[in-house]
Design a protein around this ligand. Structure first.
Ligand SMILES: Cc1ncc(C[n+]2csc(CCOP(=O)(O)OP(=O)(O)O)c2C)c(N)n1
Length: 552
């Protein structure tokens, strides 16, 4: 039934709004407890009982929003987040900012008090209608007197979140992103029956981008940053057809294939020969790619609408105008790449060892401590296309970028703003979506110790909630060692630097994990790491990191 134009009670409107979101394509809802939002929450619960959605309940709104971000990263569909009024809404801001900068669809259903209670110091009431100003694709307040068009309101909000226009004419200049529907609700706040039938409506969708043909040109490199495959972009195919090297960050989705070479080659003389860079996604990880973008004669950007890199935006799906048959340019990069990798391989001499010595050597290797490279390599090797990897914004993602070869696995990372916050929650959202897809894979969240502690509250999963299949792998190196790379490290007072930047903590990860009901595995050597990753059981894996690659 389409909107009848009548005025609905808080309960009726909320039930219809949730039903209409389901009709638009919503499959998951995230709910935080609260009084003003009770109707939206109960409507979501009723829809789950009816088998139409999966409901996820989180107590901490900050975690809830990052969890929804993870769900949407994996599915491409916004998972509405229901919260009550007041500070609850403000807790959504970090994830909203990340969604805004990384173009991930997000839908905030914020319950508010009616106009007569605004600005009179009523309990739990603030100006939450403008709280997200400048960081949402759309923000609408539905006044308590205007609870008349739930289908329309749901559809318009859903469309804005996925970057489509509600009238089916896709606005190709719009990116997916966060949208707020601030619903002012008057008492009675809910009804006994909160289940409504999803209406028949045409779900908003994004049209495909038109193709744009790119001609071959000497000295071209394809650069794939985070989330490079969005909107049907195919950097691998373009690099292949143009016969050019592809430098792909771990969360680009494009880190595979013969054209894929290490970012470290940008530190060699080959970089000086680059004339044109074709950019997909959002590259953020290395200084050498930033330098390349600053020095190349020409930068073409496979553009989405919002923030673009400096360069010429090409608003379409990039394809090769023709196939380049001269493969000498690519060949030089591929050969250099192979040589660099061979040189970096750890020599392992077992020649001339007898059986006993061989066994002893095996044991020695197994007992060696874990360094960052070993950790990222092992996690990468144990991850397959049906698994997911979620990387925190620590040193580990940079080490991984420099270390691992191409492989067809899906990696998520919040590179929009590269915050260390919300990484566990994002990973749990990805894992929940993966579980739902029944692919049978495991999601691994790889974080540093500070990043893990920053989001420790997201370990809280209520007993009634399903705990997704996930391994939270913590590389514990005694603080934020990413700052060791700062120039000031050499000149700053050692103790001050450690106290205000490295911030070493001595956390009891076992106690922390168990307090939240997670199994905990402590890894101190390479054999332990292999065992923990092979078992794939849901747990927190604390890996004590050894500073340098250890030869003994
Ligand atoms: C929300 C937020 N606060 C602060 C920072 C700055 N920051 C970047 S990395 C980092 C420390 C990360 O430490 P850890 O997770 O232990 O990883 P490591 O660098 O040791 O690998 C901090 C505080 C940030 N990116 N986001």
């Amino acid at each position: 039934m389409p909107d009848a134009g009548q005025h609905y009670s808080a309960g009726q409107y909320s039930a219809r709004l949730i039903a209409a979101l389901i009709a638009c394509g919503v499959t998951d809802l995230v709910v935080c407890p609260g009084s003003r939002s009770q109707a939206l929450a109960l409507a979501a619960a009723a829809q789950e009982r009816a088998g139409r959605i999966r409901l996820h309940v989180r107590i901490d709104e900050r975690s809830a929003a990052f969890f929804a971000l993870g769900l949407a990263r994996e599915t491409g569909v916004p998972a509405p987040v229901v919260v009550t009024s007041g500070t609850a809404v403000a807790n959504l801001v970090p994830a909203v900012l990340e969604a805004h900068h990384s173009d991930v669809p997000m839908l905030l259903l914020t319950a508010d008090r009616p106009a007569e209670l605004q600005g009179v110091r009523a309990n739990q009431t603030t100006d939450q209608a403008t709280l997200f100003s400048g960081i949402v694709r759309a923000a609408r307040t539905i006044e308590a007197d205007a609870l008349t068009r739930p289908d329309h309101d749901a559809r318009a909000a859903f469309a804005a979140a996925i970057g489509a226009s509600a009238d089916h004419v896709t606005d190709q200049d719009a990116d997916p992103g966060p949208v707020q529907l601030n619903v002012r609700l008057r008492e009675p706040l809910s009804d006994a029956d909160m289940l409504a039938e999803p209406p028949t409506l045409e779900a908003p969708r994004r049209d495909e981008l038109p193709e744009i043909a790119v001609a071959p040109k000497p000295g071209t490199v394809v650069l794939a940053g985070a989330d490079a495959l969005r909107d049907g972009q195919d950097p691998n195919l373009l690099a292949q057809r143009l016969s050019v090297p592809l430098i792909a960050e771990p969360s680009s989705g494009a880190r595979l294939g013969r054209e894929c070479v290490s970012v470290q080659l940008l530190e060699t003389e080959l970089a000086a020969e680059v004339r044109r860079v074709i950019v997909f996604g959002h590259p953020t990880l290395s200084r050498s790619t930033a330098r390349l973008l600053a020095t190349a004669d020409e930068v073409l950007v496979a553009a989405r609408a919002g923030e673009n890199l400096p360069g010429t935006p090409l608003r379409g799906r990039l394809t090769a105008a023709s196939t380049e048959t001269d493969r000498s340019w690519l060949g030089r990069w591929v050969v250099s790449d192979r040589k660099a990798r061979e040189a970096a391989e750890e020599p392992l001499s077992i020649e001339g060892l007898n059986r006993r010595e061989l066994a002893k050597e095996g044991l020695r290797q197994a007992r060696r401590p874990v360094d960052r490279e070993t950790l990222v390599r092992s996690v990468w090797e144990h991850t397959w296309p049906h698994d997911r990897l979620v990387l925190g914004a620590s040193r580990l993602i940079r080490v991984l970028d420099r270390t691992v070869t191409g492989k067809a696995i899906t990696v998520h990372s919040n590179r929009g703003l590269a915050g260390i916050d919300g990484t566990i929650a994002t990973g749990l959202g990805v894992a929940a979506a993966l579980d739902r897809s029944a692919r049978g894979g495991v999601t691994r969240i790889l974080v540093g110790d500070i990043t893990a502690l920053h989001d420790a509250a997201s370990l809280l999963v209520n007993p009634a909630e399903q705990r997704p299949r996930v391994q939270i792998v913590i590389g514990d190196d005694g603080g934020g060692t990413i700052f060791d790379d700062l120039e000031v490290r050499q000149s700053a007072d050692e103790a001050d630097f450690t106290r205000v930047l490295t911030t070493p903590v001595r956390a009891d990860f076992k106690g922390l994990a168990e307090a939240y009901g997670w199994a905990h595995v402590l890894v101190t050597d390479r054999a332990g790491l292999e065992r923990a990753l092979t078992e794939k059981s849901t747990c927190v894996i604390e890996v004590r990191l050894h500073e340098e690659p250890s030869g003994d």
